[in-house]
Write a protein that binds this ligand. Sequence first.
Ligand SMILES: NC(=O)C1=CN([C@@H]2O[C@H](COP(=O)(O)OP(=O)(O)OC[C@H]3O[C@@H](n4cnc5c(N)ncnc54)[C@H](O)[C@@H]3O)[C@@H](O)[C@H]2O)C=CC1
Ligand SMILES: N[C@@H](CC=O)C(=O)O
Length: 816
Amino acid sequence: MQVLKFGGTSVASAENIERVLAIVQQASTLGPVVLVVSALGGTTDALIGAGQAAAAGNESFRATLRQLEARHLTAAEALLPQAAQQADIQPWLTAQFTELALLADGIFALGELSPRTLDRLMSYGELLSSRLVAAAFAARGTAAAWADSRQLIRTNSRFGMAQVDEATTEALVTAFQLQTPASLWVAPGFIAADTEGHTTTLGRGGSDYTAAILAAALGAAKLEIWTDVSGMLTADPRLVRSARPIARISYEEAMELSHFGAKVLYAPTVQPVRQAGIPMWIKNTFAPHDYGTLVEVAPPPSPGAVRGLSSIGSLALLNLEGGGMVGVPGFAARLFAALARARINVVLITQSSSEHSICVGVSEGDVAAAQRVVDEEFAGEIATGRLDPLRPETGLAIVALVGENMRNHPGISGRLFGALGHNGVNIRAIAQGASERNISTVIRAADVRKAINVLHEEFFEATYKQVNLFVLGPGNVGGKLLGQLHQQQPYLRDKLGLDLRVVAIANSRHCLVSDEGGLDLASWPAELNEAPRLSLDEFTDLIISKNLRNSIFVDVTANPAAAGQYAPLLAKSVAVVACNKVAASSAYASYRHLKQLARDFNTKYLFETNVGAALPVIGTLGDLTRSGDVVRRMQAVLSGTLNFVFNNYDGSRPFAEVVAQAQAEGYTEPDPRLDLNGSDVARKILILAREAGQALEMSDVANESFLPASCLEGDVTAFYEQLAVHEPHFRALYDAAAGKGKRLKFVAQYADGKASVGLQQIAPGHDLYELRGKDNVVLFYTDRYPEQPLVVKGAGAGAEVTASGVFADIIRAARL
Ligand SMILES: NC(=O)C1=CN([C@@H]2O[C@H](COP(=O)(O)OP(=O)(O)OC[C@H]3O[C@@H](n4cnc5c(N)ncnc54)[C@H](O)[C@@H]3O)[C@@H](O)[C@H]2O)C=CC1
Ligand SMILES: N[C@@H](CC=O)C(=O)O
């Protein structure tokens, strides 16, 4: 004997019912079948709606019933095309709708819909569908006995969620089996009857349960639950696009997953088949050849120990706190008794070992009643200050890891907390049973999508990690960066498992935002010009409100206000990657604050390109200091622009022209005066000194500018005009050095806690002398490199190299 159950979508139309008939015919070749069906999809909701409308005195219930009747008659006509075949079923359907109309009229007249009447009303859905399916079999020449589940399944009289009397049910089923010769039964799911013969129901989704009860009573060889997905999935597919079917799962795991949101299976279904040791398949009516999920006693362990993820929303935490409960037995018992009296279901329980508080999770809809009954129960303790009034928190959800094998794998919860922590998902409460089969976390409902995706990637997707980039400032560097990202996307997916998506690109005039899947990096420039403007605050709000996992803000501007956005973003665990030097060279307290925020919120603030573009300067310095070395002295050429200018200026071309060339080649700051006046280099040595451990401010960096003051008095145009005016000054500087066989270098120095920048004449043989083009060099003198310095040298400016340094920081942030 095998029991097959088909859900509402599987029997929603004549076309779908044809599929059901084919699947059942196929199964019948293996042995007798009990077929359990739900109501035609949407019927139960429509019946409830009609009942509620009637009770409220709203005559719309009549139209609803007419529509339902028409739908069932249409299905009958399609399934039983010949008039003779319809001879029985059509009058029967009409009679049922006449009964239904009378029942609804009664509800309308009384203005009342009791749970018992509602069960009766709802039962018509499954009665109609099961009769229709049985008639369709008969019309195809297959004898199908219609089995009235109300005569097979005995329950108590808890209408809406009746409890089954297993012994009586088994006896009734056995008796029916003895009297029924047919090898195919068709039975309505969901419905049963109490000892008085009143129709009861087994809870929404109860048709699965009906099938399991019948399977257990019959000692069936297997139970198949046919639905519209190919088995239980690793996560809710509406939340996780890459969720995939679980091939094999234990009863206990299936129970945990179905409890916590896997709508594919009604949770009570598992118990009867588990007890009877009956294997249960979950299969897809619309893809019958898919493997589905086999629920069994001992499935092979899942490779990553976690079998699936589940989530339930609309949760509230109830916190009962107070010194009065420490060491006093009975508080928990009174709390749970009070909740039970109010029929409030407790979903999750945690208590700290200090016994100072108990926290329970309940449905949000139960909060008001819980507050009332608990505060009543503990009124005495609250009045004397031994307990605080119950403190409910709403807007929460549970996300849980489920897996039988987790108990054999240390470190699962560490990975869970780490993954959520890196993404700024705050865990409000946790619960793990001693079985270690379920680790439940309570988080903000708004974080569920992000959390469940992060965890799915962590535990199921060895292949890809999605990283979401928000790029501000697609200018010289930003434009190159987007080009490099575009070119490398396939490599990153294949080799690093990173699915890098650019979610938004903004400049000061436009902001282009992607819907799903990230922007097309081949076509962003044209699209950006058509996009609306967003202010910086709005851009930050967009990043925060999108609440995407592994979000990274990439600041490729030179804008001080952009730097002002880092703190709120880091505080939401959004990583910040910046080539903009403003933040790291702003007030020391603010620089420290940003670094601390990154630590506190488990994220990254990376700015390697602030010094020497893509050269590994800050990284090297970090390696030295983290390993215990002490930086005593630094000597460096840190301006690509100035090195280029002094390498290319010999008086044969005007100084202004060489500076303009540096700007055209993309070495200068957006405002080249910052390079020429030494500010850019001052920022860089300040950042290096800070990274070496010195709490310096910009005012502590001595800057001996070589520019005549008038060069900085106007705008950039005036600046170039003044450079031309002062050509003799620049020529004199050059001649003075060249006359001694020396070269001009703008040098940054740090020693003994003091930093300075200025133009120097460098003699041949000096470490800074041979420095070509736009190169940078940094000499680190440390306790471990006292005389022969550690040298980092190479191209220190240019959009392409800087973009590659930003890219490298993005990868670091993405891999955390
Ligand atoms: N060029 C180089 O060799 C290096 C540059 N950097 C840094 O890279 C940064 C960018 O330099 P470039 O690309 O040359 O500058 P750019 O002027 O070409 O690009 C800056 C971009 O930022 C945008 N922007 C400015 N203010 C904005 C705002 N409030 N909101 C949105 N977008 C805004 C502009 O529209 C532009 O798209 C600078 O901070 C610079 O210090 C760092 C290392 C080396
Ligand atoms: N303008 C800078 C670019 C890198 O920070 C320079 O010239 O070095």
